[in-house]
Design a protein around this ligand. Structure first.
Ligand code: NAP
Length: 296
């Protein structure tokens, strides 16, 4: 167990997010969206700010799921990632509501289930009703419907964005070729592509392709895609007096990749949020990058 998160949230508090010796003050930084050094956030294409660290909620359902999301908001998380397919939009909505936080302080993402690709507007209405919200901050196509880019579905997401029912829209699990098809047909790039990511999956070419198209790269399954007892991660963690999970989360942040670890334990929620008062050096970043199988 490493450092724990502060009760005063860096994402909501006055001191702000990541800082330290590696370009925390640089706008643009390594470059996915513009970099707000004081808030731990990236600016999406339409100007809204997405917290770099969010809570993944896959498998957080029912009473225990609700309690975990409440805990996360108390610990300081201000970004929650859900999906129609997770069956927990109601729990997310209730936890945000009961937290007493103003709606605009919590960034909420949900995702269009592939089976709803033919009826996105109705699916969004149902999501908003379960969430008890009149908008989501980000709405993603969860998977390419039937393996296709589905530009006709994308047009419907853009319409929801124009109606302000989704402040921003994007995709998940899309290839660069599929993103390019959406850009070609609609003239509008998704704000975000959420893909499985982590040190072993690190692919600088894919990251550059996102950046070049103005997409923010968001990584899912950051911990499950890694071995937490990897010797390189353990060595780096020991050097900083943190856990390997924290090294992985901070590594995403240093790369300006949005990261959404899930935990149902208050202790691990706090641990995963304890990444704002230290940073990784160039040498350690290279060591963790070196775990990538794409670079092997
Ligand atoms: P993850 O966040 O990489 O890992 C979660 C697992 O790690 C849980 O078993 C959790 O157990 C454990 N864990 C959490 N913190 C830990 C720590 N500090 N030390 C050791 N173990 C720890 O996996 P994920 O849930 O697959 O991915 C994160 C989120 O990404 C999801 O919840 C979901 O929101 C999103 N996602 C999106 C897609 C997509 O297709 N777009 C697909 C998969 C996931 P405890 O709960 O017991 O702590």
């Amino acid at each position: 167990m490493g450092k724990t998160g502060r009760m005063c949230p860096s994402q909501g508090g006055p001191r702000g997010g990541p800082h330290g010796d590696r370009g925390g003050g640089q706008r643009g930084g390594r470059g996915y969206g513009s970099w707000d050094p004081d808030g731990g956030r990236l600016t999406l294409s339409r100007g809204s700010a997405i917290p770099l660290l969010g809570l993944g909620t896959w498998d957080l359902r029912g009473r225990a799921g609700y309690e975990a999301i409440r805990d996360a908001l108390e610990v300081g998380y201000r970004h929650i990632d859900t999906a129609t397919g997770y069956g927990n939009e109601a729990e997310v909505g209730r936890a945000v509501h009961d937290s007493g936080l103003p709606r605009e302080e919590v960034f909420v993402t949900t995702k269009l289930a592939p089976e709803d690709a033919g009826r996105p507007a109705a699916a969004l209405s149902a999501s908003l009703s379960r969430l008890g919200m009149d908008y989501v901050d980000l709405w993603l196509v969860h998977w390419p419907p039937r393996g296709r880019a589905a530009p006709e579905t994308w047009e419907q997401l853009l319409a929801a964005r124009d109606d302000r029912r989704a402040r921003d829209v994007g995709v998940s699990n899309y290839s660069t070729a599929q993103v390019d098809e959406l850009i070609r047909t609609s003239g509008v790039a998704p704000a975000v592509n959420q893909v499985r990511w982590g040190p072993t999956l690190y692919d600088p070419r894919f990251a550059a392709e996102c950046r070049d198209r103005g997409l923010v790269l968001e990584g899912y399954s950051p911990l499950r895609s890694s071995r937490l007892d990897d010797p390189v991660l353990m060595e780096v963690a020991r050097r900083y007096g943190v856990s390997t999970a924290q090294v992985i989360i901070r590594w995403h942040i240093e790369h300006r990749v949005v990261v959404i670890p899930k935990s149902g334990s208050r202790e691990r929620l706090a641990e995963n949020f304890g990444v704002w008062d230290w940073s990784l050096g160039e040498r350690e970043m290279s060591q963790v990058d070196g775990l990538s199988t794409a670079l092997a």
